[in-house]
Design a protein around this ligand. Structure first.
Ligand SMILES: [Fe+2]
Length: 243
């Protein structure tokens, strides 16, 4: 089972909330109210793993391997939530337990493989966001926390990639749907228009997206031949829509 190796590798990379974060060294004067709002927002956002775990355990109920992995992922996401909640407590900005249900972000229900795909991209986006926050935050302890969180989300993305690849190996017919969802995610749409009936979101200019799509294709179907290697066509919505 993939879980067996992932458990060990994630255990080796684990950090210690009590030992690795020096909460007494926090310098509150370095933080603006906007930074404190950001910490509150990220702390609340981590609660999205509550609903996501529920969906995964239901949607993948026959996949004991993946459900076992969800236990580790859920633990680590809640540790992210806890470290930020403790940070806020040290600032005198504690989140009350009674506030938490209202702050819970609950992702919409999605078919199992779509949920896996969105999670894979979501973890990458979070890793990038936390790394950017770590690079710009003026307070050293918070910088360390965001650095740890970014590394954790990066590991999660890698773990989800292994399950996504296995899902495509088992169900090759799912590959076009996974790639389509990946394309929409990379190009800035919140949701695929086909699922919402709404007009597509404006395309974000990203001249690297074709290479990123090739990378995703290689990841999911490593034995397939990539036809376009060097001469990349210009970004054309019609061509992208036909993917
Ligand atoms: Fe994560």
């Amino acid at each position: 089972m993939l879980y067996d190796q992932l458990f060990v590798s994630m255990e080796r990379a684990r950090w210690d909330l009590s030992r690795d974060i020096d909460f007494d060294a926090i310098e509150p004067a370095r933080l603006t109210p906007r930074w404190i709002d950001t910490v509150r927002e990220v702390c609340a956002f981590q609660l999205a793993s509550l609903r996501a775990s529920e969906m995964f355990l239901g949607g993948f109920r026959t996949d004991v391997d993946f459900c076992s992995f969800v236990s580790v992922w859920f633990y680590e996401e809640m540790e992210h939530h806890l470290v930020l909640r403790k940070y806020l407590e040290h600032l005198g900005e504690a989140l009350e337990e009674t506030e938490l249900p209202r702050l819970r972000v609950s992702p919409d229900e999605a078919p199992a493989i779509d949920a896996l795909t969105l999670r894979f991209f979501g973890e990458q986006r979070l890793a990038q966001r936390y790394a950017a926050l770590a690079a710009t935050v003026p307070e050293r302890v918070l910088g360390r926390i965001f650095t740890i969180l970014a590394a954790g989300e990066g590991r999660h993305a890698a773990a989800y990639a292994t399950y996504l690849r296995r899902a495509v190996e088992r169900h090759p017919a799912a590959l076009p749907g996974v790639l389509r969802l990946g394309l929409w995610t990379m190009r800035g749409a919140d949701e695929p228009a086909a699922d919402t009936g709404r007009a597509p979101a404006p395309l974000r200019e990203d001249r690297h997206y074709i290479r990123r799509m090739q990378g995703l294709y290689r990841l999911l179907a490593p034995d397939a031949t990539i036809v376009v290697e060097e001469e990349l066509p210009a970004l054309r919505p019609a061509a992208a829509g036909a993917l």
